[in-house]
Design a protein. Structure first.
Length: 277
């Protein structure tokens, strides 16, 4: 199978995160991506094709798969009524518990007791309904460390070598552009500015970036700003207008429209939902 190698940004804003499919389809709709976190996938029902740079893996109901930090991958739903859950854990969260906290370990696929525990734990995560209590964050953190315990105890493999996003073909300019957006999203960033930063003409950069990310530069930048803005909505006692301006949106209406387009809710609705859960 031939497919595009697509780069998505690291996600450093959480220690552990749970994503359920099809509740949130972005994980299956995007192209190949890499991120700094480990990603443990569990297929509850159906069938999923996991695409990596060097192979394809078919995951069936009950299967668990561990992706290492910065391992390039994508998912395709190839089953019927597929249901899955992904647990992401950033290396920083487990660094204090490995032999060398300055080295990001690689994990082999779990087997035996580790596999059974992780499968059972991921099944429990999938079963969570709406998060009705703030205690849910404690549950997720407890689950994250329980899974990490078995990975560290049974699955560390320092001999594993993967094709990382930073090593794949000509991803270097895309990585530089993405880093630039994450470092400067609070300010206006023009196409000419970022094209000049990576040493391309605007037209060449637009085509190149769309090929690598399957998104336009402007849409990608909007998503970066949204990620930071939503974090501010949840954690800062500032107005929606302040959130918009502090995260690079030209005005509050632009922020509101972006939220409704991406999440189906206004910023106020997202904030209220977060406070209730």
């Amino acid at each position: 199978m031939k497919y595009k190698k697509v780069l998505l940004p690291p996600e450093p804003y959480y220690s552990g995160r749970v994503t359920r499919y099809p509740d949130r389809k972005v994980a299956f709709e995007a192209g190949l991506r890499w991120h700094g976190s480990y990603e443990i996938s569990y297929i509850k029902k159906g069938k999923v094709r996991l695409n990596k740079l060097d192979c394809e893996i078919i995951l069936n109901a009950g299967d668990v798969y561990v992706l290492n930090s910065q391992e390039v991958h994508s998912y395709e739903d190839i089953g019927e009524d597929t249901q899955a859950v992904m647990l992401n854990i950033i290396p920083k969260a487990i660094a204090p518990y490995v032999d060398d906290p300055h080295i990001v370990p690689s994990f082999k696929q779990p087997e035996g007791e580790a596999l059974e525990f992780i499968r059972k734990t991921m099944d429990i995560l999938h079963g969570y309904e709406e998060y009705k209590s703030k205690l849910i964050s404690m549950k997720v953190r407890a689950v994250m460390y329980s899974v990490a315990y078995y990975l560290i105890r049974d699955c560390i493999d320092n001999d594993i070598q993967y094709v990382h996003g930073s090593q794949a073909d000509d991803f270097a300019c895309a990585k530089s552009a993405i880093r630039y957006m994450h470092d400067n999203y609070k300010h206006e960033i023009t196409l000419n500015e970022i094209a000049n930063y990576v040493g391309m003409t605007p037209a060449h950069f637009s085509k190149y970036f769309k090929d690598k990310t399957e998104e336009t530069f402007s849409k990608y930048l909007r998503r970066v700003r949204l990620e930071h803005a939503i974090d501010d909505l949840r954690n800062k006692k500032i107005t929606v207008r302040q959130v918009a301006i502090e995260n690079g949106f030209p005005n509050v209406n632009s922020f509101i429209l972006s939220c409704k387009s991406e999440y189906g809710r206004t910023p106020a609705e997202l904030r209220n939902y977060s406070e209730k859960n």
